[in-house]
Design a protein. Sequence first.
Length: 355
Amino acid sequence: MDKHILILGGGYGGLRIIQRLLAANLPRYTQLTLIDRMPYHGLKTEYYALAAGTESEAKLRVAFPEDPRLKVQLGEVTSIDLEQNMVHLLDGDPIPYDYLIIALGCEDKYHGVPGADQYTHSIQTMPQTRETYQALNNIKPYGQVAIVGGGLSGVELASELRESRPDLNITIYDRGESILNPFPEKLKRYVSQWFHENDVDLVHKANITKVEPQILFNHDQPIEVDEIVWTAGIQASRIVQALPVEKDSMGRVALSPHHYLEDYPHVFVVGDCASLPHAPSAQLAEAQGDQIAQVLLNMLHGEPLPQLPKIKLKGVLGSLGKKHGFGVMGDTTLLGRVPRVLKSGVLWMYKYHLG
Ligand SMILES: Cc1cc2nc3c(=O)[nH]c(=O)nc-3n(C[C@H](O)[C@H](O)[C@H](O)COP(=O)(O)OP(=O)(O)OC[C@H]3O[C@@H](n4cnc5c(N)ncnc54)[C@H](O)[C@@H]3O)c2cc1C
């Protein structure tokens, strides 16, 4: 009997599942449909470089696979009806499914700060990043940029922007006592020192209380700036947050050990939308995607579900411009040129495997 697998989102999680399914021995009448708002896979882990102006957009696009068993449908998902097994789009008829994979990623979380959603720029989607690129690169010489959030993406954006626009005054506002809070002390000191040497200001223990056009309020004190970029938190896609199921504080959906919704065993959630015991990352979305593909294949073949091992991640790599970087692999902290080269290598391998 025909089985229709509908995948919402062709990012790191969704695309990994598609790749694994197409490479496997799929039952004969299985049809896959991918719905995405973009006509290509976007390399989101590099959006900081697109925003800074050091990477061209074309290099951050990867074509979706071409296969007679896969239909790619472009469109904006507006809601999911778990009772009717239907997905609704902004334009076009609702799409029914036998199996659903929700891989819609995340969006910025503004923590209720008034004005933050209106008056700051984002690097969460490609269209938003394009706008951020324009805004940052149109700033008058020696203008002021505020980056709210000193996590991985804020740090990567600030350092890349420093190399792209040496004239700008760049400040990172972070609410912790140090940027990159969960990382080892040695790494935090190295990155802070890099910013010190490269003239990027760090404001610790910041509390952004309000944002107005070109004004950032830190502890209620106004600071005039030319542009503000928000990298201070994420939450699951609003489509996922609207589902009538259990969610965590980031709006990510609680799942069974086999990554499906407890009450809907034919609905899987992957990546930034899934509540997992790790911080969201592309690496996590891919590792979880591998497991979901295994489970789904067993379901399609009528076999018992596999025993899934705990997901183990390889580590984290970050960049400080094009020449320096940092990383943590197990207990080892990497600083300087080696982690930067490794990061470029990981990206190259990823693109290579996607053809
Ligand atoms: C600047 C930056 C740097 C990062 N660096 C790293 C890193 O070094 N390492 C790492 O592991 N992770 C990194 N991450 C995190 C990583 O990018 C995400 O965790 C990862 O993209 C999650 O994959 P996903 O499949 O859940 O979602 P995404 O990859 O975001 O894919 C979601 C897909 O859904 C589509 N979509 C969303 N909503 C709709 C809709 N309503 N209708 C139709 N289509 C829709 C999107 O177009 C997209 O294709 C970084 C993130 C940022 C922003």
